[in-house]
Design a protein around this ligand. Structure first.
Ligand SMILES: [Zn+2]
Length: 227
């Protein structure tokens, strides 16, 4: 386990669950800030995947805001993000790229195919417009999958040349380690980092299983949670 992952001048830190801080000199981006232990540095850009409490946390977003922070969220999470008092909100739609804070962002679909809340009803239905993100900064392309299963749209990510894929591995609401490994084989990132374990559901066991499954195929880096 390492405390951070570096690619060129870009540093990626895991803040627990699906929360990450990605930095290059002069730019700080947060993905799905939740249950953070500190709020420094403030965010230039916050990317929120959807409205569920462990992804859209108004208190955590508020802690990271400065007068120039831009927050992106799909329509279903705009109300949640609004509660944080974000000065500028961009509505994220799958496959509609935007530029913010010097970062090129492409929202991508995120939904369930086989994780059921009740018979016939998945946790994250396809039609609800929840997203993951491909964010490019400092020449490094990072894919944050959000809450998703292995979905056919991931095929398109292979052609985008993903450097680092942040993939959920807990099962229950999202991909299992086996499904996440299959997704990584489809996406072909240079490096995969497991997420969505260690707080709400699953433990490091799932992260290690994911790493083992991809042994000899794709580099997997398990990050220590940053204090
Ligand atoms: Zn969710």
């Amino acid at each position: 386990m390492v405390g951070e992952y570096r690619a060129g001048e870009v540093t990626i830190e895991w803040l627990g669950h699906d929360a990450f801080r990605v930095r290059r000199p002069g730019v700080t981006v947060y993905f799905d800030p939740y249950n953070l232990r500190g709020y420094s540095p403030r965010a230039d850009l916050i990317l929120v995947s959807h409205e569920h409490f462990d992804h859209c946390s108004p208190g955590d977003i508020a802690g990271l805001l400065s007068e120039k922070t831009i927050v992106a969220a799909p329509r279903i999470a705009v109300k949640c993000v609004g509660k944080a008092g974000a000065p500028r909100i961009i509505e994220a739609k799958a496959w509609t790229p935007f530029n913010a804070a010097g970062v090129t962002v492409t929202p991508v679909p995120a939904y369930n195919v086989n994780k059921y809340r009740s018979p016939g009803r998945v946790y994250h239905p396809r039609g609800d417009g929840r997203v993951g993100y491909v964010a490019e900064l400092g020449g490094v392309k990072i894919y944050h999958a959000g809450d998703t299963d292995l979905i056919p749209e991931m095929e398109r990510l292979k052609d985008m040349g993903i450097d680092v894929a942040l993939l959920p591995v807990s099962g229950v609401y999202v991909m299992t380690p086996e499904e996440a490994a299959e997704a990584a084989r489809l996406i072909r990132p240079k490096v995969a980092i497991p997420m969505h374990y260690g707080s709400i559901v699953a433990s490091e066991k799932e992260a290690k299983r994911f790493k083992d499954l991809l042994s000899g195929e794709i580099d997997v880096v398990i990050l220590e949670r940053k204090v």
